[in-house]
Design a binder for this molecule. Sequence first.
Ligand code: PLP
Length: 465
Amino acid sequence: MAIKYVPEPFRIKMVETIKMTTSEERAEKIKEANYNLFNLRGEDVYIDLLTDSGTNAMSQDQWAGVMRGDEAYAGASSYFKLVNTAKDIFGYEFIQPVHQGRAAEKVLFPTFLKSGQYAISNMFFDTTRAHVILAGARPLDCVVPEAKDPGKRSKFKGNMDVEKMEKLIQEYGPEKIGLVVLTITNNSAGGQPVSMKNAREVAAICKKYNIPLNIDAARYAENAYFIKRDEPECANMSIKDIIKEMFSYADFFTMSAKKDTIVNMGGLIGVKNAVENADMILKIKANCISFEGFTTYGGLSGRDLEALAIGLLEGIDENFLRYRIGQMEYLASRLDDAGIIYQSPVGGHGVFVDASKIFPNIPFNEFPGQVLAIELYKEAGIRSCDIGSYMLGNDPDTNEQLEADFEFTRLAIPRRVYTQAHLDVIADALIAIKERAHEITRGYRITWEPPILRHFQASLEIIED
Ligand SMILES: *Cc1c(COP(=O)(O)O)cnc(C)c1O
């Protein structure tokens, strides 16, 4: 039996009509898109679960803030409002706005990483992995083993495997490890949370070997909600206190504000100790001015800074977070009823369906996660994406296709956008595909791909028997 849906802690006062298409139209559209869902036009999608990034619905207060945004080139009041709010939430002394998460990575990572070095993470997100490589270093993933078993329910599957992490540091030599990145929640492992205890342990190892610790903070609020719910030592703390303690363990953070901060564009860099890191802050400012814009706007309009400042507070509201995680749990419970395997327990920003279980005969190099994403579009106009070997791409040194730990199709749920009935359409479509899955025996072949972050742009074709 599906669990009870947590009612929305808001009501709707503006609507956006979405187009209905036929399955014949969709079969044609996805072919024209070279079987890459990023090539579809948004208007040809009924329920868009491609990402929860920048697809959030802003509140009336945020839209009012858009009108109040101060567009001064330097020293805008919206900048100070944002910086003061962020300092208060995270307890960091230096805050730099940038236009999105990967901009934060581009500005910050080259200040740590150089050729011949490594960076360790509980799992790198795709752009984060790319920026490690662009800085000349190599990424090493180090998530706990239970994360790799989607059907196994256990808490905090996003955690760093701290024993393995310490072994890697000793094996490569601490001087070769330029950075440790703790991704909260662990997006690539299915939006799985990282516990407070794990953050503390990771921080202690970093300190022991004198390696800087950066939090990849896109979904810090969802992570804090899971900690409050599932980690007894934090059960009586406020979401804000949990966030402050979590961030106290790291030295820096990079954040895509397009997720938990409930805006459509924005990002942040944080530095905990401004005095100790004065040289680093100068480098951050220099990179920001070259790549993003002057330090008090960082590639954003004043109205974006204002909406971001307001979204920081709305995103950590516990009633909102209960509803938000409740949506995931509702959708997941409908899949439980149908015997569809996903990364469980469900994570914070979407349901990561184990496509290799739906298509057991399709090998990793024919991209089962992409097969299911294409079928979902054809079935009901739902756009999702592969988080598997198709996304992972080729080894940067040998150019051979890598086999991912998972073959997921990610159904990322935008914040405050879709209703319970939309979630039912998604569940019904997955069930229908599962029932006819035996008819699909082959996957896709890549006919063109760029050298890095290929999944955004590649062209594919159906493999015919
Ligand atoms: C989205 C995301 C990023 C990159 O942020 P963008 O705003 O898309 O550039 C980095 N890390 C994680 C964990 C993310 O989810």
